[in-house]
Ligand binder design. Structure first.
Ligand code: IPE
Ligand code: MG
Length: 226
């Protein structure tokens, strides 16, 4: 089977990567950012059209203030410095999730990256921040209700999700061996192939991506048929 059109990554294992080395969790997240950059480069080389990254969930607010603030600082730095990288690599960035609870400065930086890369024509990269699958479906339904729609169809929901400009992921990779969906793209994943490699996210590289593509190529997708 051909390569997937949209690979969705559930990044997991940053904390364990750091703890194993006696380092603070936020250093694991910093290494995780490097893995995102490596993966973006590899996805561009392999000409995968769409990729999304689950970087901050609606549940991640439960973590310590120190860790959450550390994640915000990393995100500020990454999206600020990353603009040049995105443009050099012709990457179009989109963000999925509710940005409102984030610090103003971070919101501005993220919006600027999305606007400044909107005309790029290479890889479409989606970052799921303050994202939850249930919240995504609910905001789509509420948007339709507020417009006065009744008897809402599946197509209408798909067309109003945060991810509306992306095709549904045909392949979902969750690193670190955890076999859970964790409120990720619940609607969009109804027919995705799932893969749970044991590698911790900060160690993920092009070799692992190629191995994952090989796994995907062997899957037989029947969509409920034969
Ligand atoms: C994933 O790594 C990164 C984020 C959710 C921000 P974790 O932080 O969940 O790492 P573990 O699961 O504690 O190892
Ligand atoms: Mg985790």
């Amino acid at each position: 089977m051909a390569n997937p059109n949209h690979i969705a990554f559930i990044l997991d294992g940053n904390g364990r990567w750091a703890t194993k080395r006696g380092l603070p969790r936020n250093l694991g997240h910093a290494e995780g950012v490097k893995a995102v950059e490596r993966t973006l480069n590899a996805l561009c080389e392999l000409k995968i059209p769409y990729a999304s990254f689950f970087v901050f969930s609606t549940e991640n607010w439960k973590r310590s203030k120190e860790e959450v603030d550390g994640l915000f600082n990393l995100a500020e730095e990454y999206f600020d410095k990353g603009l040049e990288f995105f443009n050099q690599n012709n990457i179009k960035v989109e963000v999925f999730g509710d940005l409102k609870p984030f610090p103003q400065k971070l919101q501005k930086i993220i919006k600027n990256v999305c606007e400044s890369t909107a005309k790029n024509t290479g890889l479409n990269a989606g970052f799921c921040v303050n994202y939850g699958g249930k919240e995504d479906i609910l905001q789509a339904i509420n948007h339709l209700i507020n417009k006065g729609e009744k008897n809402i169809s599946a197509q209408q929901i798909s067309a109003n999700l945060y991810t509306k400009n992306f095709p549904d992921p045909d392949f979902v990779i969750r690193t670190s061996g955890e076999m859970r969906i964790s409120n990720f793209m619940l609607w969009q994943m109804s027919y995705s192939e799932l893969y749970f490699p044991k590698i911790l996210w900060p160690d993920f590289n092009k070799k692992h991506l190629i191995k994952s593509l090989k796994v995907f190529s062997k899957r037989k997708r029947r969509f409920g048929g034969y």
